[in-house]
Design a protein around this ligand. Structure first.
Ligand code: NAD
Length: 350
């Protein structure tokens, strides 16, 4: 069965968590991060032809559940994702996800995939692709503030794509930092455990904030941020949930994925709606300038946009034929006579 088009029997390729892990090991984590970043870059360069909408969010006291749809006209995709910062206290993850691609011509799904691992990969690949565009020349040290589920992926992507060779870790929970440091051992990065966020930022040209708290938090204050750094702000991605002091935003040149969504969810929800921002796709295509000089603070106000998930799913779909790492899922009722759905049901009567 080709996974690229709906099959005659309408079996849908399904990439389970187990298959995704096997795929990552088969390709290699860093190689896969580079591959996904290439797909993201290719899709950002054809940004204008995509259907785009801010994600559809359902907020509750403890978290948010979101749907993230997009289409390039040939293929439609969406991701289901949650964000529940208090989950880890109950042994559950903050972020989990799954996603789907469908053939626009028939509406039939062509891929269903786990996306918890894939979201970590695509978020990290996007961060590193953006850092490659905006970080100061020769950047090689990153402060990694927040050492939870995303942190190793962020670190490895910055190594594989943006030239980082040292990560300086800080988390309010030393157990998270110890876990991250142990996981990053033997991955070719110098790993430094730090006791404060300030210490983590010493000598860092890239500062990644990736904390989870369902409130306006201040992970970075204005006086902590020196000239010339690139800030990769990942954790502020919901209304009422930010990581940076507003004064930093006023000193920085701000780059975003999709302004209509970022103004609702990103760090810039703290600013006037008219505050200027630059869209990353325009930097990728050369229509807008990236970093102007080595004194400028560049800020990637990342919230995660549907096109990045679409790119990541496209990458996974393109590996299925060569790896066979999927189950054929009986997801769609597809009678031989398309108008005889009831007949199909009757014939299946035990
Ligand atoms: P996680 O819960 O696994 O880890 C978060 C870590 O932040 C925890 O270890 C926690 O101890 C630490 N932390 C909390 N407050 C802190 C503080 N003040 N200083 C230092 N550390 C602190 O969560 P995760 O899956 O790693 O996700 C991190 C954040 O990234 C979440 O807010 C999530 O919503 C966001 N996220 C964004 C994107 C995107 O595309 N922008 C994608 C995925 C996740």
């Amino acid at each position: 069965m080709s996974p690229l088009k709906p099959s005659a029997k309408a079996l849908v390729p399904f990439v389970s968590v187990d298959h995704m892990m096997k795929l990552i090991h088969h390709i290699g984590a860093e190689e896969m991060l580079r591959g996904i970043a290439d797909y993201i870059e290719a899709d950002f360069k054809r940004w204008e032809l995509f259907d785009k909408t801010p994600r559809v969010a359902s907020h509750s006291e403890k978290g948010v559940i979101e749907l993230m749809p997009t289409s390039d006209g040939d293929v439609y995709g969406f991701k289901y994702v949650n964000g529940h910062p208090s989950n880890t206290a109950d042994g559950l993850q903050t972020v989990t996800a799954f996603g789907l691609l469908a053939d626009v011509a028939t509406g039939y799904p062509v891929l269903l995939s786990e996306m918890t691992l894939l979201t970590a990969l695509r978020t990290a690949a996007t961060s590193a692709f953006v850092a490659r565009l905006l970080a100061p020349k020769g950047a090689h040290v990153m402060a990694m503030i927040g050492n939870g589920a995303q942190s190793e992926f962020q670190s490895l992507a910055m190594k594989a794509i943006a030239g980082i060779d040292e990560v300086r870790l800080y988390d309010i929970d030393p157990k998270a930092t110890a876990k991250c440091a142990a996981n990053l051992a033997r991955h070719g990065l110098k790993v430094v455990i730090c006791d404060t966020a300030q210490e983590a930022m010493l000598g860092a040209q890239i500062i990644t904030t990736c904390t989870a708290d369902k409130q306006y938090a201040t992970i970075l204050t204005d006086n902590m941020v020196g000239a010339g750094v690139h800030i990769n702000a990942i954790g502020g991605d919901c209304p009422g949930k930010t990581e940076l002091a507003p004064a930093i935003l006023h000193r920085a040149e701000i780059f975003v994925e999709y302004p209509e969504q970022t103004r609702i969810e990103g760090e810039i929800q703290q600013l006037e709606a008219t505050h200027p921002v630059t869209e990353i796709w325009q930097v990728a295509t050369g229509q807008a300038a990236g970093r102007r000089d080595d004194k400028q603070i560049t800020l990637f106000d990342s919230v995660g946009f549907a096109i990045e998930d679409f790119s990541a799913l496209r990458f996974v779909r393109d590996q299925l034929d060569s790896t066979g790492l999927f189950h054929a899922l009986d997801l769609l009722a597809d009678p031989d006579d398309p108008r005889d759905l009831f007949g199909m049901l009757q014939r299946a009567k035990p």
